[in-house]
Structures are given as C-alpha cells and as structure tokens.
Design a protein around this ligand. Sequence first.
Ligand code: FCB
Length: 464
Amino acid sequence: MTRTFPDGFLWGTATASYQIEGAVDEDGRKPSIWDTFSHTPGMTKDGDTGDVADDHYHRFAEDVALMADLGLQAYRFSVAWPRVVPTGSGAVNRAGLDFYSRLVDLLLENGIEPLATLYHWDLPQPLQDAGGWTNRATAERFGEYATVVGRALGDRVPTFTTLNEPWCSAYLGYSAGVHAPGVQDNASALAAVHHLNLAHGLGVRAMRSVVASTTAMSVTLNLQNVRGVSADDTDAVRHVDGLSNRIFLDPMLRGMYPEDVLDDLRHITDFAFIHDGDAAVINAPLDVLGINYYFPTLVAGTSSGYAPAEGATRYDWNDVAPVPGTDLAYQIPQEGPYTAMGWRIEAPSLTELLLRVHRDYPEIPLMITENGAAFDDVVAADGTVHDADRIAYLHDHIGAVHDAITAGADVRAYFLWSLLDNFEWAFGYSKRFGIVHVDYETLERTVKDSGNWYREVIANHGVN
Ligand code: FCB
C-alpha cells in the first residue's frame, strides 16, 4: 500500500556550493573561510579540500540531466557568496551570478523548481578577517549580498532560504571549532548566533525589496529533538532546546529571544551585541520554514556525573562531549543503529520534531530541506551501488514525514541530502551521502540503487 503525500507536495534533492562546485579560483571567485580552513593542516580528514569537489561548476548541465532522469521536481542549491561578491562587500562579479543564472534556466527548462540558499557556510575570507560572524557588519554585508542575488535570480527562483543551519555556523564554527573558522570560544559563538539571526532578518528585508511579492522567503534550521538521559535532566533538555532551537525560532518567528536561555548564558556574555530594534528586524515575515533532520539529540546536565573525554568535540559521537555554546550540558552517546557518521538512526524522532514545531509555531508551513544518510557504500564490479541501508533510512524517514502530515503538520516538501556524494566538511570525501555515486578519480556519476528507488517514490508520490 502506498502512503500517498498531499497534492502539491514537492520531491527534491539538496546540495551546497562548496561541497560540490570546485572551480574555487575560476571566473573571479575568491577564497571563503572553508578554503582557508580546509587548507589548514589537520582541519579536515586527510587534508581534503573543496578545490575540485564534484566539479559541478563545469558539469552542472550533466547534473541537471541526472536530476531530470531521476524525475526530481525541485532542487535546493546554494549560491556561493565568494563567487558573487568575491571580497564580501563592494564589487559584484557578473560571471559568478551568470553561473547561477544558467543553472536556474536549465532547471526550469527541465521542469525542476529551484530553491536557492543564500548562505551555506562559505563566508568570504575578508569578512572573517574583520571578525566574521562575531562582527555585526557581517550581517549588514549579508543584506547587501541578498539584494544582489534577489535582483539577479528573483525573477525565476520561487523560494529563497537565507541561511543554512546557523546552529552549525555559530556553534561548530566558533565554539567547538570543528568547522570554519575554527574558533573555540562560547562568547564568540553567542555573538555569532545573534549576528546570523540579524543577517537573516536583513536578508529577508533586502530580498523583499527587490523580488515579487509572490516569492517565498525561508530559513533552514537544523532543529533538534532533544531528550535527557534521565528525569533529572529535564532542565538540561530545556536549556539545550533553548540554545539549539528556540534561540533561532523565537526571534525569527515571534520577535523575541527566549528569556530563560538568555538567563542561562549571562555568565558567558552580557548580550550587549543585541541592539534595540534588532528583534523586529529578525522577525521579518516568513512564508515557510526549512528543517534539516538527521538524528535525535541526547543530553545530560553537567552535574549528572558524566565527564567529557579529554578534547572531545561535538564530532566525537562515541564520547560524552560538551554541547557547543554552553558549559551547562553534555551531549551523550546514543545507542545504534548508526549511519557511517555514527549518528543514531531513529525515524519517529523526525515525526516528534515536526509535530513539536507545528504545535509551538502553528502558523508557519514546513519543508524538509535536508534529510539523508552516509553509509560505507561498496561499488560492485559493474559500477553499481546496492545501498539497501540508505534506502531503508530514507524509506523510514519519508514515512515519518507522512506520519507527521497525517497528525496535522503542514509539511510541503522533502529535499533529500544529497543528490551527489560530496565534500562532507571536516570529514572530507570519506562520508558519502549521495543517491548518485561520484568516483573522485574520474568524477564519473553513477546512480545508486537509492537513486533508482527515489525515482519510484517520486513517481508514486509516496512510499509503501
Ligand atoms: C548538514 C549540512 C550539509 C551536510 C549534511 C550531512 O548539517 O547542512 O551541508 O553536510 O549535514
């Protein structure tokens, strides 16, 4: 029996500029913080960089043909700020904009709806040199950049999302230090949170001033379904939920920061970077909220008796580690089954998360802007990849979205992460999330079993 999705529900895949494009110094692109970080010894697995990645910059036509072959209805890509405004402010690079313009045209010719993310972590390096997301000016530069992209693509792109996972930009970038720019300082991370929120608001406002009123504006958050190890951890759950979810959702959707979270963190920062009037800017009206989900979150308070392993970061999934951005909670290793990332697989947690967001923020429609899994794929002698584990993960998670819709959540789309195997940030090319395999020697693309399976899901408008 097919679990059919509502009419109009869109099926897509997602990617991000630095993870697939390559061509890092072509046609006027200048370095981003991820170029700098990945070229710094010890920061990525095996020293991998995005210099070549999937060479999508040169092969985008082949990739759109693949999307059409898979029957995709929508495609989420990100625009590289350092291609469009190479030094982060000032001169606009026409050649960079032209690349995305050609991509959008080709998608539309193939009946594929584009969803453009403005910022998927590739901050122009000169902005980092001036403080990056700890500097309020970066948010203002983002607003200017949004205007440029809106003018160039707004006539053809029906939906924009401002930021991808500001949680990662702020906490993994400025607290855990496992992502670019590699800073380890909780106060900086909290300043980054606010400036990312502000950038989002300024970006929405800037976009709205140059695009049609029918253009939908969004943001993509990696919201977390947070649980405690025991009943004693209720306050840790409240705290981590606030730090991870409400610190973004409340200003964006309700125009205010959650007081309990600010109170939790006053020993780390005085929040002087929040200026009068910022809340109203951040609260710019949104049409749809993008949610990225991969795994549930388990936490305990720091008085729980757990002790973090020496040097543990958020990426040490098998160790107790400090929750980045705070000194009040630990993330606790979870039981399997796991993906190749060491992430616990638990589809019903996605249903819980969607219903929670629907309950607490009922007015905003939702879309899944990322969901998927890395597994250690084996390429068979004939070049095919029989990735039954990925199919099972996707089947169960798409089913979990269906469960949420059945229970009342207004979910409009599902973007599978990812179309292609790609540069998985600090893990380099060691983790494969694609439904299309990429041979990094030849750059040849081969549809995995999961890709063929997803084609059927789209054709049937649901899963069995
Ligand atoms: C998300 C990122 C995306 C990808 C997936 C696996 O956090 O947005 O770029 O790395 O994780």
